[in-house]
Design a protein around this ligand. Structure first.
Ligand SMILES: Cc1cc2nc3c(=O)[nH]c(=O)nc-3n(C[C@H](O)[C@H](O)[C@H](O)COP(=O)(O)OP(=O)(O)OC[C@H]3O[C@@H](n4cnc5c(N)ncnc54)[C@H](O)[C@@H]3O)c2cc1C
Length: 417
């Protein structure tokens, strides 16, 4: 089933009765060439690119819940390629380029909106860092503009520019950044993978990973055992638990990140805006809600809900930057379980167990990585060598200390990244 303007018109005039489910609901087979654990954005995009770019078809994605129920459907949808350090810089640049052709590639409306990301700075030191980061982005071939205070004021006049503690000095503007509709991204990749023969098995929890003589042989699941030549772990906040099924101990901590949305308002914020003196970021959804978030809840947890002190902390940051927000009513908030790595950067690598692959450590930045991560992980699984855009995303950097990518400069503290 392909989407087209003609099809939408026809269905609209005939009661929308001709649409079919976007993917099949198959029974698990006894054996697959490749089993992907985790039907989030990264697992689905990996399956899609394995089928599309490498011609592999005998693949299953095992999802313990439902497609789109994890972080891929819980995030604040920000997409960008404004990283500073080698490793992250080329990887996120690669991912943004894939985003730019994604709707045509998937024949699916993921509501990609390149509305621009504006990172504010509030001191001379921050301005220097923003200039350095802008130069890295331009060197990487991406776009960056350093804006002075008046240029920022023209874009977002409602901010508190003269706040006594945190006056706005200017901003780093990344015009190709923006937002996309998160669950549509999961649905688009799921549909694309299914069309190419991938089995998407929902309500199928992996409860064991079978390893014999240092080689992976398959998985145990709530729907029975499944043999596999290769197994890929892509379970975001559950990475440590799933890797433990294969006897591995990962350098990952799981923390909660909350997000908030207000009632629908008339158009107010055209861009994504981030506060440089507190962890706070905001954009406006197509329905008019102000979507915003802030820091992690600072304790490790597997509960997909947050606590009230952090909600208060985020509201304080919002009021400091943008006092007008105090008039909007918050409709709802929710939490997701983040896979925090010690340097705040991701891992796409093989493991010491032959045939077992690992993709994790996305912290709270993995939505923008969905196309790039799937593309690079599929390359690694299919060809057993890293994609050029992901050569530095190695697991052993945490053991050897070589090649750490501490983008935030906050040291080896998971909760600070
Ligand atoms: C509030 C919030 C805001 C965020 N904002 C942004 C943002 O603006 N921009 C950005 O780039 N990133 C953002 N992120 C981060 C981003 O959402 C995540 O990094 C990314 O979605 C993680 O990858 P995923 O989509 O594959 O994860 P998920 O969707 O969580 O997928 C993992 C899947 O694995 C499944 N699973 C786990 N254990 C098992 C098992 N044993 N067997 C089978 N399946 C299993 C889970 O059910 C889940 O569906 C945010 C996250 C949150 C929570």
């Amino acid at each position: 089933m392909r989407f087209s303007g003609f099809r939408i018109l026809k269905e609209g005039l005939t009661g929308n009765k001709g649409w079919r489910p976007h993917w099949r609901d198959p029974e698990p087979k006894a054996e697959y060439d490749i089993v992907i654990i985790g039907g989030g954005g990264h697992g689905l995009s990996t399956a899609y690119y394995l089928a599309k770019e490498h011609g592999l078809r005998n693949i299953a994605v095992l999802e313990k819940g439902y497609i789109g129920g994890g972080n891929v459907g819980r995030n604040t949808t920000i997409v960008r390629a404004n990283y500073n350090l080698p490793g992250n810089s080329e990887f996120y640049s690669h991912s943004l380029k894939l985003w730019e052709g994604l709707e045509q590639d998937l024949n699916y409306n993921v509501m990609m909106s390149q509305r621009g990301v504006l990172n504010l700075f509030h001191s001379d030191g921050q301005r220097d860092y923003a200039a350095r980061r802008a130069n890295s982005m331009i060197n990487q071939g991406d776009d960056a503009q350093l804006l002075d205070r008046e240029a920022v004021r023209r874009m977002v006049p409602f901010l508190d520019f003269d706040n006594l503690r945190f006056p706005v000095f200017g901003g780093l503007y990344h015009a190709r950044g923006g937002t996309a509709r998160h669950d549509a991204v999961a649905w688009g990749y799921a549909r694309g993978a299914d069309q190419r023969g991938v089995d998407l098995l929902q309500n199928c929890e992996v409860t064991g990973i079978d390893v014999e003589n240092g080689r992976v042989r398959g998985v145990q699941t709530s729907r029975g055992p499944i043999r596999a030549k290769k197994v890929a772990m892509v379970v975001a906040g559950r990475s440590s638990q799933v890797a433990a099924l294969a006897g591995m101990r990962l350098p990952i901590e799981s923390h909660i990140l909350q997000a908030f949305v207000t009632e629908g308002l008339k158009p107010l914020i055209d861009h994504v805006v981030t506060f440089g003196m507190g962890h706070f970021y905001i954009s406006q959804s197509d329905k008019g809600g102000l979507v915003f978030g802030g820091d992690l809840d600072f304790y490790a947890s597997y509960a997909a809900r947050g606590n009230l002190p952090m909600a208060e902390h985020v509201m304080e940051a919002a009021m400091t930057l943008m006092p007008a927000i105090g008039k909007a009513r918050v409709l709802r908030s929710w939490g997701g379980i983040m896979d925090m790595s010690p340097d705040g950067s991701p891992i796409i690598d093989k493991t010491d167990i032959e045939g077992l692959y690992l993709n994790c450590g996305w912290c709270y930045g993995g939505f923008k990585a969905v196309p790039g991560s799937g593309h690079c992980f599929a390359h690694l699984i299919a060809q057993d060598r890293p994609h050029p855009a992901a050569t530095r995303l190695r697991l052993d950097r945490f053991r050897t200390g070589r090649g750490l990518m501490d983008e935030e400069g906050t040291g080896a503290q998971h909760n600070l990244h």
